[in-house]
Design a protein around this ligand. Structure first.
Ligand SMILES: Nc1ncnc2c1ncn2[C@@H]1O[C@H](COP(=O)(O)OP(=O)(O)O)[C@@H](O)[C@H]1O
Ligand SMILES: [Mg+2]
Ligand SMILES: [Zn+2]
Length: 410
């Protein structure tokens, strides 16, 4: 099926979002004010290559230069099929070196074969070597007539200032939820795909504003769901757990129910989800909880928020960070992940009010052992009459404060 290819826009009007880019380029074509070099920046799958090709058609269409390439003439068709000798697409990632750019410089010295303009599209241009950039720069400084460069990149910061100053730059934006979902609905209509509204929102979230990713996902979910796309089955495809799971988890944490949290993890794993899926969902939930607790946001975690003061939230995120490390580096991810989860369940016992920031700022991990031995350290510190441990003193003060403040509340 390959829906992303099938639904690649062929005209400017078919492009969704990127209005600022489309409008400027259409005007440029209309008034024949063409730059020698354009730079398209932005994340993957939001229309950079698509618009580069439409621009190439607009420049070279028999009826052109025109903001409305016909799509029917030999030029337009050749460009659409990728057969034009005058529209050259180069992948900067695999043609990084000076030789390739020299070759290119040779090439652009000749007039276009058939077309009005030679159009050189270099994708992932930030991958070029410094030497290659320098060679390119020479061409940009004395641009041959009838040559238009279109550079595309996901990482504009890696492009030398000297090059940046010679291009007209367009920053492409991730697609908004509304725009992206509208496009998906349009595709569903045409393809006779039935798709639940909630599933579309899930696709949007997972795609992070990338149209290509969203359309690929739609296709994947369609195949998985045998013609129908349900939120439920999409979650399975994406490994997204319901928010309810994490709401329950935080409820158990609040109740210090160690057994409960471990059992919850087991039930999730038994349903075929991975530790990664669990962790991803947990981060999202903690993020929601943080916003509810600190900013008073009205979300799913609102009713739990009063039970999680800032100190707890800080510690939750510390554990989430450790979990990530465990997943990435450990030979025993499952056991250590459960250990971290247990720490979450014991949050209320092991987070000393006020101590976290001090410990974190000195990069001492505020994990339980530190605090289990704190009374020993206190004794030792006093016995030795050590005056240097300002940090420790402060820490102990805070801890004492905690003991007074929290009397009976733990
Ligand atoms: N702005 C857009 N409007 C409509 N479809 C888009 C848009 N951006 C991306 N797409 C879809 O995603 C696919 C890949 O887009 P592409 O232009 O190659 O992305 P990029 O070059 O930014 O990585 C297209 O074939 C099209 O199906
Ligand atoms: Mg591209
Ligand atoms: Zn044409």
């Amino acid at each position: 099926m390959n829906l992303p290819v099938k639904y690649r826009p062929k005209t400017f009007d078919d492009v969704v979002g990127q209005e600022h880019v489309v409008k400027t380029l259409k005007n440029a074509l209309k008034h024949k004010k063409i730059s020698n070099a354009y730079l398209f920046t932005g994340q993957r799958g939001i229309g950079k290559t698509t618009i580069a090709r439409i621009l190439a058609k607009g420049l070279n269409c028999e009826k052109g230069p025109t903001p409305e390439p016909c799509g029917k003439c030999a030029m337009c068709r050749e460009i659409e099929e990728g057969n034009s000798l005058d529209v050259i697409e180069i992948d900067g990632a695999s043609n990084r070196g000076i030789d390739q750019i020299r070759e290119l410089r040779e090439n652009v010295r000749f007039m276009p074969v058939h077309a009005r303009y030679k159009v050189i599209i270099i994708d992932e241009v930030h991958m070029l070597t410094n030497e290659a950039f320098n060679a390119l720069l020479k061409t940009l400084e004395e641009p041959p007539e009838n040559v238009v460069f279109i550079f595309a990149t996901t990482e504009p910061r890696k492009i030398p200032e000297t090059v940046l100053s010679r291009v007209q730059r367009f920053d492409f934006r991730p697609l908004s939820e509304k725009t992206l979902i509208e496009r998906l609905k349009y595709i569903c209509d045409r393809e006779n795909i039935k798709c639940e509204e909630e599933a579309l929102s899930l696709i949007f979230e997972a795609s992070e504003g990338s149209m290509r990713d969203a359309i690929s996902l739609l296709e994947q979910a369609y195949i998985y769901g045998e013609g129908e796309i349900k939120a439920e089955s999409l979650r399975e495809v994406l490994g997204i757990l319901e928010e309810e799971t994490f709401f329950n988890l935080f409820k158990m944490i609040k109740e210090e129910n160690s057994k409960g949290v471990i059992e919850l993890l087991h039930s999730v794993l038994n349903r075929g989800y991975s530790l990664y899926d669990f962790h991803r969902g947990l981060i999202k939930a903690a993020y929601g909880l943080m916003h509810a607790a600190l900013l008073g946001h009205d979300n799913k975690y609102k009713e739990l928020a009063p039970y999680f003061p800032e100190q707890d939230i800080l510690y939750v995120f510390k554990i989430l960070k450790d979990m990530e490390q465990t997943l990435r580096l450990s030979n025993y991810p499952r056991a250590l992940f459960e250990y971290e989860l247990l720490k979450l369940a014991n949050l209320k016992k092991i987070v000393p009010r006020g101590a976290f920031q001090i410990a974190e700022s000195r990069d001492i991990s505020p994990t339980p052992p530190l605090y289990n031995i704190h009374s020993d350290m206190k004794k030792e510190n006093i016995r030795e009459g050590n005056q240097n441990h300002e940090l420790l003193k402060k820490l102990i003060e805070e801890l004492n404060l905690k003991e007074v403040n929290n009397n009976g509340s733990f």
